[in-house]
Design a protein around this ligand. Structure first.
Ligand code: AP5
Length: 226
């Protein structure tokens, strides 16, 4: 099964993707994480995209499509959760073509609906474990022991360089200009499932589970499923 998580920065895509990995054995394909890994590795591509990401703009389609293509070629086992990809119509068309070549398709597109008003708080309070990737929040989801990840015990807790109000404003603008048109695109294909992203994490997860148990695209033998 292949699922897209669509929503603005801070909507909860990463949080929900991690739960799906745990619960359904799916693979999380986050282009944001892939790009941050490229930056941390010091590769030429990582250096090129660092400045683009810091100011909240979108990285070029060819770079992110290349990253996804590489990951899809190495296999996704029980299915993939696309977290933060696609973000443009060109990326959506490329994903459909890549999956078709593998005899697969998108089964559902979950649109996490949130109000912009909550996003500043979500993004400015977020910190992430540098070791296992678990996502925390100062107020709504703090670690039990300050400075120590509950999930893996690491003390490598980090804040993202682009998690500030200026960059968030730019990321939101990019979202509405280039990514929000995908809502209509997937609605027209009968794949869109809106979910209330303002509900508590567990309730959002339950709503997503219900969608995946009866995906809008139907269950099809062409698609890998867990
Ligand atoms: P990326 O890393 O994808 O960031 P994003 O889309 O801006 O999304 P976020 O990771 O900020 O938020 P999220 O929805 O995952 O929320 P989270 O679960 O963490 O992209 C970063 C940059 O990389 C882009 O700006 C761009 O430059 C580049 N990029 C990436 N993909 C690209 C692409 N395809 N094309 C071009 N460029 C690309 O939750 C946020 C916080 O809220 C957390 O603290 C969490 O604990 C809390 N929270 C989550 N859910 C709830 C809830 N239900 N209730 C209360 N709190 C909650």
């Amino acid at each position: 099964m292949n699922v897209i998580l669509l929503g603005p920065p801070g909507a909860g895509k990463g949080t929900q993707a991690r739960l799906l990995v745990e619960q359904r054995g799916m693979v999380q394909l986050s282009t944001g994480d892939m790009l941050r890994e490229a930056q941390a590795s010091g590769s030429a591509m990582g250096r090129r995209v660092a400045e683009v990401m810091a100011r909240g703009a979108l990285v070029s389609d060819d770079i992110v499509i290349g990253l996804i293509e590489e990951r899809l070629r190495s296999g996704t086992g029980g299915g993939a959760i696309f977290d933060g990809f696609p973000r443009t119509l060109a990326q959506a068309d490329a994903l459909e073509a890549l999956l078709a070549r593998l005899g697969q398709r998108i089964d559902a597109v979950i649109e996490l609906r949130v109000d912009d008003a909550v996003l500043v708080d979500r993004v400015s309070g977020r910190y992430v474990c540098g070791n296992c990737g678990e996502v925390w929040h100062d107020r709504t989801r703090p670690t039990r022991v300050p400075g120590v990840c509950d999930a893996c015990g690491s003390t490598d807790l980090r804040r993202r360089a682009d998690d500030n109000e200026t960059s968030l404003r730019q990321r939101l603008m990019e979202y509405y200009k280039k990514t929000a048109p995908l809502i209509g695109y997937y609605h027209a294909k009968g794949l869109l499932a809106p979910v209330d992203g303002l509900a508590p994490v567990a309730e959002v997860a339950a709503a997503i589970r219900a969608v995946l148990d009866a995906p809008p695209g139907g269950l099809d033998a062409r698609s890998e499923r867990p």
